[in-house]
Each structure stands twice: as C-alpha cells, then as structure tokens.
Design a protein around this ligand. Structure first.
Ligand SMILES: NC(=O)c1ccc[n+]([C@@H]2O[C@H](COP(=O)([O-])OP(=O)(O)OC[C@H]3O[C@@H](n4cnc5c(N)ncnc54)[C@H](OP(=O)(O)O)[C@@H]3O)[C@@H](O)[C@H]2O)c1
Length: 257
C-alpha cells in the first residue's frame, strides 16, 4: 500500500514496486490520477491494483484505510508517503494548514503503521517505509511544522526499529529522508525551484531506488544522494548554536515572509 501515490515519489514507488511484481493498493485524494496509474501498471506489469480515494487528514477516511490494512493478510509493504509543505512563518500561515500537516504526517503515519505492524509482526514478515525528509535534521525558519513533523517521523521510525530488533522480529521499518526531489511538492507549497542549484535536485525514481536498496539492507535511515548525506553529517555534528545563527541570518537576508 502506498499513500500519496497520485504523483511524485508515491507514483515512483508504485512504478518500482509494480516492476517487482507486487500487487498494489494506491491511496490519495485525486481518484482519477490513481485510476490512470493503476490501469497503466495493470497493462504494463500484469499486476492487480486497487484504488482508495481518501483524504488522510479526515478521521473517517483514515479509518477506512486502517480497516483495509487490517483486512490485508498478505500486506508486504506500507509506504507512508502522503505529505505536503507550506511556506511562511508559523504565526502568519493559517492554523488549518498546520493542523492538516500534523494530521497527515503524524497521526495518519502513526495509525496506518499501527494497523500494518499488528499483522506483519504476527506473520513475521513485511516492512514500513515512512517518507520523511532531510528537513527532519534541523529547523528551517519558514517551514517550522514541516521540520517538526518530519523530525517526529524519524524519531517514531527509530523507536519502532529498536522495538522490532528487541523483539527479534524480521519486520523492517525505514525513515526515507530525501532532499530536493522533482515532484508537485514545490508547486503545492508555493516554493520557487530556481533558487536551488540544479545539482541538488534528485528524481523521484532515484529516491525510490535508494529506498528499496536500503530496505533490502535493513537500513533504518536512508538519505539518497551523497550531497545530502554530507549535509546531514554536518547538521548532526555542527554546533547547534552555529546552525541557529545561520538559519536566522539566512531568513533575514532572504526576507522570507
Ligand atoms: N519533493 C521534495 O523535494 C521532497 C523532499 C523531502 C521529502 N518529501 C516528502 O515526500 C513525500 C511525497 O511528496 P512529493 O515530493 O512526491 O510531492 P507531491 O508530488 O506533491 O506528492 C504528494 C502526495 O501526497 C498526497 N496527499 C497530499 N495530501 C493528502 C491528503 N490529505 N490525503 C491523502 N493524500 C494526500 C498527494 O495526493 P492527492 O493530492 O491526490 O491527495 C500526492 O500524491 C511527502 O511526504 C514529502 O514531504 C518531498
């Protein structure tokens, strides 16, 4: 099952997993995009697909997806990928968008993972990929809730990995932490792509390939691309006070709203 499969990284996961012969349940709000993707994969890969139209910020839709997971006795992989960003200072952006972001990144991830792991741990097989971000490793003014919810995702995934290892379970969990990836993400968030050098952009296909290689190795954290691996190393080891100064200075220089 892949959430947020109607575009970007989620659609790339659908392509890559269909190429491995896995049947798919595709979840998102835009049903027509999911159906088009599903039909294409059925024809090109000969797999079975199912489309679930769901807004995962709504309790009743989330409950239906939870029930679908509970009924899937053969669920091999859950990809919690649905997500979005907003631009602007926390106290200037509307509270509803921040509420929805927390529902989607935190509550939906937690509830769907719980629904999936119950069966997977009993069966002794399966995996969960939580699509986080390199933004999880620091606080970027203008994206406060985004960084905070992705940081939660990393912490949650690491905690689960420890519990599973402590229980000698072969079920694996992964926090996938991509950097700038070409998708609809930046259009939705109203961010300009031109400000980012082209060498820092990755394709959704490369991000997914790194994630699936990491899943085979059992890696808890996957950071696609050497640039982002180096950046995360610096973020983890540079003095926090220095990072805070750089973030505040950069925000003032850019005059970000
Ligand atoms: N692109 C990047 O640079 C980047 C970097 C790091 C991490 N990420 C993460 O990667 C994940 C995928 O993003 P993307 O880059 O592929 O962006 P995208 O092309 O905008 O895809 C986002 C997906 O999430 C779905 N979605 C959004 N709100 C939803 C809701 N309320 N209920 C159900 N589905 C919802 C969208 O489908 P519908 O609109 O059809 O519902 C869409 O399929 C996100 O979690 C994002 O935070 C992206």
């Amino acid at each position: 099952m892949i959430t947020g499969a109607s575009s970007g990284i989620g659609a790339a996961f659908a392509e890559a997993l269909a190429a491995r012969g896995l049947d798919l349940v595709l979840v998102a709000r835009r049903k027509e995009l999911l159906e088009r993707l599903a039909r294409g994969l059925e024809q090109s890969r000969g797999i079975a697909t199912e489309v679930l139209e769901a807004d995962l910020t709504l309790n009743q839709d989330l409950a239906l997806v939870e029930q679908r997971i509970a009924a899937a006795a053969n669920l091999e992989l859950l990809v919690n990928n649905a997500g979005f960003g907003t631009r602007g200072k926390f106290f200037n952006v509307d509270a509803r968008s921040q509420d929805q972001m927390h529902r989607l990144h935190v509550l939906a991830t937690m509830r769907l993972t719980h629904a999936a792991l119950e069966g997977m741990v009993q069966r002794g097989r399966g995996g969960v990929i939580n699509v986080s971000s390199v933004a999880a490793f620091w606080q970027s003014p203008g994206s406060v809730s985004y960084c905070a919810t992705k940081c939660w995702m990393n912490s949650f995934t690491e905690g689960l990995a420890l519990e599973l290892a402590g229980s000698r379970s072969p079920v694996s969990v992964q926090a996938l932490c991509p950097g700038y990836t070409r998708s609809e993400f930046h259009d939705t968030a109203g961010m300009k792509r031109e400000a980012i050098p082209s060498s820092w952009w990755m394709t959704a296909e490369d991000v997914v390939a790194a994630s699936l290689r990491g899943l085979e190795r059992g890696d808890t954290f996957v950071i696609p691309g050497w640039r982002y691996q180096a950046a995360v190393f610096l973020l983890k080891h540079a003095p926090r006070v220095l990072l805070r100064r750089i973030a505040v200075h950069q925000m003032r220089r850019m005059g970000r709203d």
